[in-house]
Ligand binder design. Structure first.
Ligand SMILES: C[S@@+](CC[C@H](N)C(=O)[O-])C[C@H]1O[C@@H](n2cnc3c(N)ncnc32)[C@H](O)[C@@H]1O
Length: 239
């Protein structure tokens, strides 16, 4: 569909009829040939904003998928990069693909739920890419609280998001139609497949981050085309 070797429409539909975890298990071998995988150009721009090589001790990538961001974070880190994801299939791909990435930090890919992060002041840096749509709005506060807890004092949570578009713009109407269809799907079909558009945008994300005690810095104009309309958010845990 997206790429000659990517998933077909039929495969995507079958995945959407399972759970998020099972759906990504099925998609994993072809995931890197879909547009859902965060592009390296965006990841490199974010890494450049975080700091020079070796400036971070330990980093956590939440919802790491096949490890794209973990790879870009490795040269920044001195000790370890941990990727956490719900899907064993995605984690297997991450381990298979990222044995020889540039950098010396240890790389670990662990199975876990972003809403129940098992970390406490273990990281200087946390990131998450392309996954906020899998978190229900009512759970976003829990996600942020878990990430804030995972950071050491002085640590940063770094991610890319957009500004909420005008309420009646075509983008919002399309997203609302999709989100409504997903709610109907989840009401009539179990297990649910949590996937919604236009979530965790500014200014709501700022409110949630500040409620978790983080100081929010928003950098604009630092991402390359075609991502220049997105904002880089750096949420600082007080040192
Ligand atoms: C669109 S993929 C993005 C993967 C990767 N971050 C990237 O940008 O290429 C979303 C990932 O989030 C994971 N995911 C969704 N909900 C999750 C949760 N509650 N806890 C952990 N991982 C989750 C999925 O398994 C999937 O690997």
């Amino acid at each position: 569909m997206f790429h000659p070797d990517g998933p077909t429409l039929f495969e995507l539909a079958r995945q959407a009829l399972t759970s998020v975890e099972r759906g990504y298990d099925l998609l994993a071998p072809k995931f890197d040939r879909t547009p859902y995988r965060t592009p390296d150009a965006l990841l490199a721009a974010v890494a450049a904003q975080v700091g020079p090589p070796g400036s971070v001790r330990d980093a956590l990538d939440v919802c790491c998928g096949t490890g794209a961001a973990a790879r870009s974070l490795r040269p920044l880190c001195r000790e370890r990069v941990v990727g956490l994801d719900l899907s064993a299939g995605m984690l297997d791909e991450a381990r298979r693909r990222h044995g020889h990435d540039p950098g010396d930090a240890a790389m670990e890919f662990v199975k876990g739920d972003a809403l129940a992060l098992p970390f406490d002041a273990d990281f200087d840096l946390a990131t998450s890419f392309g996954a906020f749509g899998h978190i229900e709005a009512r759970d976003e506060g829990r996600l942020v609280a878990g990430i804030a807890r995972a950071l050491r004092p002085g640590g940063r949570f770094v991610f890319v998001t957009g500004d909420a578009p005008p309420l009646w713009s075509p983008r919002v109407l399309r997203a609302r139609a999709f989100n409504a269809a997903m709610r109907v799907r989840n009401a009539v079909w179990q297990p649910p497949f949590v996937m919604f558009y236009l979530t965790f945008l500014l200014p709501r994300a700022r409110v949630l981050l500040e409620a978790a005690g983080l100081r929010v810095e928003v950098r604009r104009g630092v991402l390359p085309a075609p991502y220049e309309r997105y904002a880089l958010v750096i949420a600082h845990k007080p040192g």
